[in-house]
Every structure is written in structure tokens, then in C-alpha cells.
Design a protein around this ligand. Structure first.
Ligand code: GRF
Length: 267
């Protein structure tokens, strides 16, 4: 039996990162295989890539599920194990001053969709879940199901900026408009906030005077295609651990990723 890392992937769009990971698996550059591809969006072009490589895929149609939940007046039943009060307390996706009813409706509608994702994913055994251009936030309901207290956690994301700068959906656009002279991308573990989780790896590129938003995106994606497989390989080699970082001036610490040297593999 193969001992390659079993990777599940979630996408929303074109899936060029997914393709880079599939290629790295198929060429033996990384010791992994993609065992399923899921999408929130039935139109995602990346699903064709899964099909072409005979990787099973599924759709949990977020738009439909969320619209159905709204149309029911938020009255459809939620999963039994959802514990809404605890979820609301743990999540840091919404600003703290969001009115309680609004926060509840938002998180509940995502939980409905996440239950559909988890239901589809339960058909596959996997070691790591990668978000590869998956344009949906994930609540603690989903993350706790997948992570189940493991160190390192099991959900990774790739972000189109050098975090903690420019979280959100338009990292390259933000980099360009801010006038940055360096841009980049980040792979991080996903925590309860948006693009706030512990950083695993980053790659940077120079922004030249004649760069446009398009050329920045192109440079960034080229770096992403190298970075994501490299981070997955570190996970496959069991070289990633979450630890407490150094305290800042106020004595506050963040959880950070420690990369173990190759010789410490498996220890
Ligand atoms: C990438 O820029 C990624 O960083 C961001 O969404 C984009 C997805 O591109 N999260 P693709 O679908 O992998 O081509």
C-alpha cells in the first residue's frame, strides 16, 4: 500500500494551484496524492482538472444551500453537534460588535453548507486538506471536525500576499494599489480567523516600475505553484509543529509553525 500523504483539495475557480499540486504528485516531486477535490461552486473550472486526472470530485453548492436556508427564515435544522453558542464564541471571522442575531444567521448559514462539505468528504480518508483558491471562510464547526485537536492541524490555505499584510480576497490587488515594491504569497494553517493562521511558508517577488496588476498576479501565481507543493511536502515529512512564539512587547504570544530539520523526521 502506498504511504504517500493523502490530500483532499477544496477549490472555487480555475484551480491552477490544484494543477500544480497534482503535477507535483504525479511527477514524484512530492510524496502525496490528491484523493478528492471538492468545490462550493458547480461552475468551478478546476473540477475539469480533477476529472481529467481521474480524481473523484464533488460539489457542495454554497449559493443554493445558503439561499435555501435564508428562504426558510433560518429555520432549517442545524447539525446536532453544532453548538451554536460555542461556535459564536470561538469564531473570529466577524467583527466583535456584530449584532448577535446577524452573527448567528451568518455562521448558521455557513454551518449548513459546511455540513454538506463534511458529508461529501466523509467518503474519503485523507491526511491533509488544502484550500486551493477556495473562496469561502470556514467556521470552527468545520475546522474542529477536520482538525480534531491534531498538531499540526490538517487544513492549509494559500493566500496571494505576504501575510499578515493584505488579508482578504484581493491580495495581489491590494499589493499593487498600496505601491509595494515586493509582493508574495503565503501558505498557512487555517485557524478561526480570516487569513490569520500560523504561517508555514512564503515566497516573494520584486514589483518593478512597469508591473501592472495582471503582471503581478502572474508573478504571484508562479510563486504559488512552487510554494504549495513545497509546504505539502514538509507536512508529508512530518516536519511541521505548532508551538508558542516569542512574547511581544505586551507579553502576548502567537502560535507559530516550527519547521523541524529533515533529520528529525517522524520524531
Ligand atoms: C490564488 O491566487 C490563491 O492564492 C487565491 O486564489 C487564487 C486561486 O487561483 N486564494 P487558482 O484557482 O489556484 O488558479
Amino acid at each position: 500500500m502506498s504511504n504517500r500523504l493523502r490530500v483532499g483539495a477544496l477549490i472555487s475557480g480555475g484551480g491552477t494551484n490544484l494543477q500544480a499540486v497534482i503535477d507535483a504528485c504525479e511527477s514524484g516531486k512530492i510524496s502525496a496524492q490528491v484523493v478528492f477535490v471538492g468545490s462550493d461552486n458547480p461552475e468551478a473550472k478546476g473540477l475539469e482538472r480533477a476529472q481529467k486526472h481521474s480524481i473523484p470530485w464533488f460539489v457542495a453548492d454554497y449559493r443554493k444551500i445558503i439561499a435555501g436556508y435564508r428562504a426558510s427564515g433560518y429555520s432549517l435544522p442545524l447539525p446536532n453537534d453544532c453548538g451554536m453558542d460555542g461556535l459564536l464564541a470561538r469564531q473570529s471571522l466577524l467583527p466583535k460588535d456584530t449584532p448577535a442575531e446577524k452573527a448567528k444567521a451568518y455562521i448558521a448559514s455557513r454551518v449548513k453548507a459546511e455540513a454538506a462539505l463534511l458529508d461529501n468528504m466523509s467518503r474519503y480518508s485523507f491526511d491533509l486538506l488544502i484550500l486551493a483558491g477556495f473562496m469561502r471562510v470556514l467556521t470552527p464547526y468545520f475546522l474542529d471536525h477536520v482538525n480534531a485537536g491534531q498538531n499540526p492541524p490538517r487544513v492549509m490555505n494559500i493566500h496571494p500576499a505576504l501575510l499578515p499584510s493584505f488579508p482578504g480576497t484581493d491580495g495581489y490587488g491590494d499589493t499593487f494599489r498600496y505601491g509595494c515594491k515586493v509582493g508574495g504569497c503565503t501558505v498557512h494553517f487555517v485557524d478561526y480567523g480570516e487569513d490569520t493562521g500560523p504561517i508555514i511558508g512564503q515566497r516573494a517577488f520584486a514589483v518593478e516600475p512597469d508591473d501592472t496588476l495582471d503582471s503581478i498576479r502572474k508573478k504571484g501565481l508562479e510563486q504559488e505553484w512552487l510554494l504549495y507543493p513545497a509546504c505539502i511536502q514538509l507536512f508529508a515529512e512530518k516536519r511541521l509543529r505548532i508551538t508558542d512564539g516569542e512574547p511581544d512587547a505586551k507579553g502576548k504570544t502567537r502560535r507559530v509553525v516550527k519547521i523541524l530539520p529533515p533529520k528529525a523526521c517522524g520524531s
